[in-house]
Design a binder for this molecule. Structure first.
Ligand SMILES: Cc1cc2nc3c(=O)[nH]c(=O)nc-3n(C[C@H](O)[C@H](O)[C@H](O)COP(=O)(O)OP(=O)(O)OC[C@H]3O[C@@H](n4cnc5c(N)ncnc54)[C@H](O)[C@@H]3O)c2cc1C
Length: 392
């Protein structure tokens, strides 16, 4: 039992909890982070490291992504531990006329908001050929986004925690939260392993487990695990320098129909190619609602490999060294929940689905501003109340 009363206790030490810890401790508040296992042992170490604008809906979603991208760039020069930040930009590949038309519309929508050619540009077949000789001949064209970057998620989480420790911050690992009591006047008693941690404010950053933490205070949180697989190649010649995705990724992410075989659609398989700093590349992706099971399903891996070969025929001769699966914290409208709850002093920062790495910095900054009562932006689209309003 510690007698200290923390200004803020964060539950969950993934990329989101780590970012909140850094930004909040930096304001001068006293912060503790309680993590059931070890830092980044959950989804944040079973993912890619894309920091993307290209796959964000024009409007609030994309404005949030742009802010987070510039914060991550800033972190790459201010945090002591480096985290493999690079800024290669990204492209979407369009395999047929329909995708090309939709892709070009996507560019028009983004350009309308941000200014012509500021971040987005249309690519034709020849542009693609100039970009990589490895692209399949059947591709019709694509789109590019120059603002997209990449990091190593595991290293960013550790780097943020390392920096938070320079302020009034304490990390408690192997500390699963099992109970939360409200104190009589103000604040909470957070309980784990028979130990108590007192806090004026508590933030639930438990990713796919945020609903279980919410239940401790009778708060319903509509987050569901959405499984995704990744394949890792051996070190090899790079097939492309930028972040590369098929346009159909947007359809699988937002749960829309697209032209692909039934099996590809059933498992939400869409090509994602990410070159890492160590010259391996990661191949994704899949999307399924199959509970909390993180075991690799080899049927899905096979489909992902087939999909990758469709876009990069040369990949059929390449070696893959491992595969893994993680669980994205999905919400019904594909936006995270960053908000206070019906319990005053109890907050949520979770539900980032496939965007939590890229959106980690803005989530941490906004939460720190909420903690100090100095929130600078209108983030009402991220309120938990939106789900109640939608069900009325
Ligand atoms: C295959 C795949 C690819 C992805 N690619 C990208 C990408 O390229 N770019 C991107 O932006 N996003 C990507 N994502 C999404 C991203 O990984 C997630 O959005 C992000 O990691 C979520 O972070 P989090 O901190 O909310 O959750 P987590 O990392 O899961 O952290 C939550 C933590 O809470 C802890 N916890 C749970 N219960 C308790 C408890 N009772 N007490 C204490 N602690 C508890 C857990 O142990 C865990 O460490 C991908 C995800 C997957 C699966």
């Amino acid at each position: 039992m510690t007698n200290k009363i923390y200004d803020v206790v964060i539950i969950g030490g993934g990329i989101i909890g780590a970012s909140i810890a850094y930004y909040t401790a930096k304001t001068g508040l006293s912060v503790a982070l309680l993590e059931a296992n070890t830092v980044a042992s959950g989804t944040s170490s079973k993912c890619d490291g894309n920091v993307l604008l290209i796959d964000k809906e024009p409007g609030f979603d994309s404005r949030m992504a742009i802010k987070s991208q510039s914060l991550i760039k800033e972190l790459s020069t201010t945090l002591d531990m480096e985290f493999e930040f690079r800024h290669p930009g990204s492209i979407f590949l369009c395999a047929n006329e329909d995708e090309l038309e939709q892709g070009y519309q996507w560019v028009d929508q983004h350009n309308k908001e941000n200014g012509d050619n500021k971040f987005f540009k249309k690519l034709n077949k020849e542009d693609l050929k100039n970009d990589s000789k490895y692209f399949s001949d059947h591709l019709r064209g694509g789109i590019e986004c120059t603002n997209d970057s990449t990091i190593n998620p595991y290293m960013l989480a550790f780097s943020l925690i390392n920096q938070a420790k320079k302020y009034d911050f304490t990390l408690f690992e192997k500390t699963p939260v099992t109970k939360i009591d409200r104190l009589q006047d103000e604040g909470f008693k957070v309980i784990s392993n028979d130990l108590e941690y007192k806090a004026r404010k508590v933030i639930n950053a438990a990713g796919i487990y945020a609903p279980q933490i919410g239940k401790l205070l009778e708060i319903d949180i509509p987050i569901v695990p959405r499984k995704g697989h990744i394949l890792v190649s051996s070190r090899s010649e790079l097939l492309g320098s930028r972040k590369i995705q098929e346009f159909g990724y947007l359809m699988t992410k937002f749960g829309k129909e697209r032209e692909a075989t039934k099996e590809m659609n059933d498992y939400g398989v869409a090509l994602v190619h990410e070159a890492t700093q160590s010259q391996n590349f990661l191949i994704g992706s899949s999307r399924e609602f199959v509970g909390y099971d993180t075991r690799v399903n080899h049927k899905v891996i096979k489909l992902m490999a087939e999909r990758a070969i469709e876009y990069f025929p040369a990949m059929k001769d390449m070696n893959f060294i491992r595969s893994y699966a993680g669980l994205r914290p999905w919400t019904p409208d594909n936006l995270p929940i960053i908000s206070e709850t019906k319990v005053s002093g109890f907050y949520i920062a979770a539900g980032h689905e496939g965007d939590g790495i890229g959106l980690s910095a803005i989530t941490g900054l906004w939460m720190s501003q909420i903690m100090t009562g100095k929130l600078e932006d209108d983030i009402s689209p991220l309120s938990i109340n939106r789900f109640e309003e939608a069900s009325r």
